[in-house]
Design a protein around this ligand. Structure first.
Ligand code: GH3
Ligand code: MG
Ligand code: MG
Ligand code: MG
Length: 315
């Protein structure tokens, strides 16, 4: 049997297996007032290893959607008492747009205008009822892949590709919000700028690839050294910026020292060698107008830290 299988078919099977593996992380909600048809839908989806939720009414569907984060696809019947498919889709669209939640409406045979009504109310797609199982899987998978693609594009637009940290543009977008909240609620806000010491030497001695690895490692050490609520971004080449809320001067000093020492004590393995680097940090607790002006102050402190001998922090 294997001998008769072409490389193309093997590729196809391999991609199916990968897809099924990925499906384990995809949550799908099926909605139908017919208990028998609902359990058929659930079974079909479970066969492809999706994490499936079932609802017999629109109201129940909305409840599940609110209680269970991360549902990517809703498949809903049209004809249901109380809340029909169109009403459910309209309600869903008030919460999540087409690019974030895929909806497939099931359109009963005989209602020629139903597909267009489903689409106009916000469905991404529709399926006749009854449908061909193969068509069902095609539409389910294509709709999920669309959602995943949009999500990946969105994510890559806010992340720096080398480190996975927020890029400068997104850091500023989020920082402005954090800054406004801090001002409104009169919470202390600290801005930190930091820079790897003598990084040119790393590139010159070990090469650019090693330099990249060092940047990634420092980024990781920093990410592990701050809280989830703190905002960390890659400012430029080997410079990073952080915003932290709720610290006084003494506590901020503890955090900065912890970050400094964590980087110093985390050597980076590269082609059988071990590379050690240090960082200098500058920080300010003065809440000025705008994020840029706080980062400028922090940068002035960073400049002092460099001049005073590097591998230290200045507030
Ligand atoms: P200082 O202690 O004063 O900060 O010295 P330095 O050598 O780190 O000085 P500087 O900040 O001027 O050098 C940064 C270098 O980082 C220059 C640039 O070639 C390199 N660089 C910037 N971005 C990247 C990158 O993405 N990957 C690598 N490998 N190198 C980068
Ligand atoms: Mg029905
Ligand atoms: Mg540097
Ligand atoms: Mg620099």
């Amino acid at each position: 049997c294997l001998l008769k299988t072409s490389p193309h078919e093997i590729d196809h099977v391999a991609s199916l297996v990968r897809r099924i593996h990925r499906n384990q992380n995809v949550k799908v909600l099926a909605v139908d007032d017919s208990r028998a048809f609902l359990s058929y839908l659930v079974k079909l989806l479970q066969l492809h290893r999706f994490r499936v939720f079932g609802a017999e009414t629109g109201r129940k569907a909305l409840e599940i959607l609110n209680a269970e984060p991360g549902i990517d696809l809703v498949i809903t019947d049209y004809n249901m008492p109380e809340m029909d498919g169109i009403a459910l889709i309209t309600a869903l669209r008030q919460q999540r747009p087409r690019s974030d939640l895929a909806i497939i409406g099931l359109s009963e045979v005989g209602a020629a205008t139903l597909p267009v009504r489903l689409l106009k109310s916000g469905a991404n797609d529709f399926l006749p009822k009854p449908f061909l199982v193969e068509e069902f899987y095609c539409r389910v998978i294509q709709n999920i892949e669309q959602i995943e693609l949009v999500r990946a594009i969105r994510e890559s637009a806010v992340r720096d590709s080398l480190t996975g940290l927020y890029n400068r543009r997104y850091f500023f977008e989020m920082a402005e919000k954090l800054h406004a909240t801090a001002q409104r609620r009169q919470i202390t806000l600290a801005a930190v700028m930091l820079d790897i010491d003598h990084f040119k030497r790393v590139n010159d001695t070990y090469g650019h690839l090693a330099g990249d690895r060092v940047i990634r490692s420092v980024a990781n050490t920093l990410a592990c050294g701050i809280r989830q609520v703190d905002l960390l971004g890659r400012y430029g080449g080997e410079e990073f910026c952080i915003l932290l809320t709720g610290f006084d001067r003494d506590h901020l000093a503890v955090v900065l020292e912890r970050l400094r020492s964590a980087v110093e004590s985390t050597p980076i393995a590269h082609e059988g060698r071990s590379i050690s680097v240090t960082i200098s940090l500058g920080a300010t607790l003065v809440l000025t107008e705008g994020v840029q002006s706080m980062l400028d102050r922090a940068d002035a402190c960073l400049y002092r830290a460099k001049h005073e001998g590097r591998n230290r922090f200045v507030i």
